[in-house]
Design a protein around this ligand. Structure first.
Ligand code: NAP
Length: 460
């Protein structure tokens, strides 16, 4: 039977959780979109999908990574095609993409770190937390960094879940990491690490700590590590005590956990995690490499629900040999599209990208590059459902402008020497990573560069 439906094609930029959830939402709604035959291409810069599930989630949180089994079901759907090893903005412009696709969903996440903007920020041994996370998770962009773990003291700026992950990986006995999918290079470096003290620095107080209670509590279970929280930092005034009674559960739990930490002493511990509050970094000092961090002491001001750090005249110098900046991610836009640089997001209304209040036809966004770097993996599901709802409402307008045949697009990329990888290639890579891992008692041993992945596929 002849299919007279309009061939409606959607490009999703980014094969991380937001992109895959967007594909899932489109597939779920496909029969309700009248008169169109849907196809989805998920375009990914790497040859490996899953985004932060593969290269952000900590290796010892392997249960969270199980979501990739659900993602596989989406990626192996006959309506979905994974196009790996293509970078939009480098290999293909957004203008070109718009000639071939009826709709584009930008779901490429946030690649950069927010900068502190303080002197000494980029001195030797001052690293971004995202590079450390990328390095231990074998993300190809971080394969050539050698983290210097030879000093005794590490300072981490920020107290969000990324900072907590970094502290845990620095302190955890390596025998507990080895079996996971952490890079073997990282285990080797962590085994030689001399770090005995890790300082987690928050600019506000314990009632404003950014991490979640589950992650905070887990810190108390690391073998050989004692946690120091100053009792004076936990003192609350009458107003705060009253506020805490009615505060969200997560805040109350965090405070209780910090209190428990402050009361516990582990005489057998050989490493210490120090929580410090009300300190803002103002300068990273050192001749050739990090020697110490200068901080300003803060007090808190404003409404109890939106406390702000207010600097005082007092400062404190904290000696350290390595410093990790974990103050949040920052998104970067693709050339040719409107972008809100300060928030690091595409300006949008319910996922429709807008330029000075006017809708950019056929362009949508989802995930961290839509709403900013917040929430857990699952948060992206509802976010993508909202975006897809907007897209579906727009279909009658979008199909008024038929698009070019994509065969010419793929052949021109091929002519440019780009090896486009697909889902089958990814499964070949994954099988090999599992095989290599099994051979040395690990869950998986990931390829460390994109070139390695490509040459392995080509050799198959
Ligand atoms: P985050 O939760 O936003 O935490 C950022 C931290 O940096 C906060 O402590 C923040 O303090 C601090 N900060 C920001 N600017 C600063 C500055 N100029 N000076 C000093 N401190 C500054 O970000 P994240 O840790 O990168 O996490 C991103 C998202 O991923 C979060 O939603 C997180 O929950 C999620 N995540 C979840 C998991 C998990 O579920 N296990 C793991 C990793 C990440 P203020 O609070 O004062 O702004």
């Amino acid at each position: 039977m002849q299919n007279n439906k309009y061939p409606f094609s959607v490009a999703i930029v980014g094969a991380g959780p937001a992109g895959i959830y967007a594909a899932e939402a489109l597939l779920k709604r496909k029969d309700s979109i009248e008169g169109v035959d849907l196809s989805i291409d998920i375009i990914e810069v790497l040859s490996s999908p899953y985004g932060l599930v593969r290269s952000g989630v900590a290796p010892d949180h392997f249960k969270i990574k199980d979501v990739s089994k659900q993602f596989d079901k989406i990626l192996s759907n006959e309506k979905v095609s994974l196009k790996g090893n293509i970078q939009i903005g480098r290999d293909l412009s957004i203008e070109e993409l718009r000639l071939y696709y009826d709709a584009i969903i930008l779901a490429h996440g946030t690649q950069k770190d927010r900068a502190l903007g303080i002197p000494g920020e980029n001195i030797q041994n001052s690293y971004t937390a995202t590079s450390f996370v990328g390095w231990y998770n074998s993300h190809p962009w971080f394969f050539n960094i050698d983290f210097d773990l030879s000093g005794g003291k590490a300072v981490i700026i920020g107290q969000g879940n990324v900072a907590i992950d970094v502290a845990r990986i620095l302190l955890k006995p390596t025998k507990e990491l080895h079996e996971t999918d952490i890079g073997a290079h990282a285990v080797e470096a962590l085994e030689k690490s001399n770090i005995k003290d890790v300082y987690l620095i928050g600019r506000r107080g314990p009632l404003q700590i950014a991490c979640t209670d589950k992650e905070l509590k887990e810190l108390g279970t690391i073998d050989g590590v004692q946690i120091k929280v100053r009792k004076e930092d936990l003192k609350l005034n009458e107003e705060e005590t009253k506020w805490l009674e009615e505060a969200p559960k997560g805040i109350r739990r965090n405070y209780e956990i910090l209190k428990e930490f402050s009361e516990k002493e582990d005489v057998n511990a050989n490493k210490t995690l120090h929580f410090r509050f009300l300190l803002s970094p103002v300068e990273i000092l050192g001749e050739e490499q990090v020697a110490c961090l200068r901080t300003i002491k803060n007090t808190l001001t404003g409404d109890l629900n939106h406390r702000k750090a207010l600097p005082t005249e007092d400062s404190e110098i904290m000696p350290c040999e390595i410093l990790l900046r974990s103050v949040g991610y920052l998104g970067e836009g693709i050339n040719g599209l409107p972008f809100d640089k300060s928030r690091g997001v595409y300006p949008n209304k319910h996922g429709r990208v807008i330029d000075n209040g006017i809708k950019v036809p056929g362009v949508y966004t989802s995930g961290w590059i839509k709403r900013g770097p917040s929430g857990v993996i699952g948060t992206n599901k509802a976010d993508s459902v909202e975006t897809v709802q907007s897209l579906i409402e727009d279909v009658p307008l979008l199909i008024e402008h038929p698009k070019l045949d994509k065969a010419s697009l793929w052949s021109s990329l091929k002519e440019d020497g780009i090896h486009i990888t697909d889902y089958k290639d990814w499964k070949t890579i994954e099988q090999e990573e599992l095989r290599r891992g099994e051979a040395i008692g690990k869950k998986s041993l990931k390829f460390r560069t994109q070139e390695e992945m490509l040459s392995f596929i080509q050799g198959k």
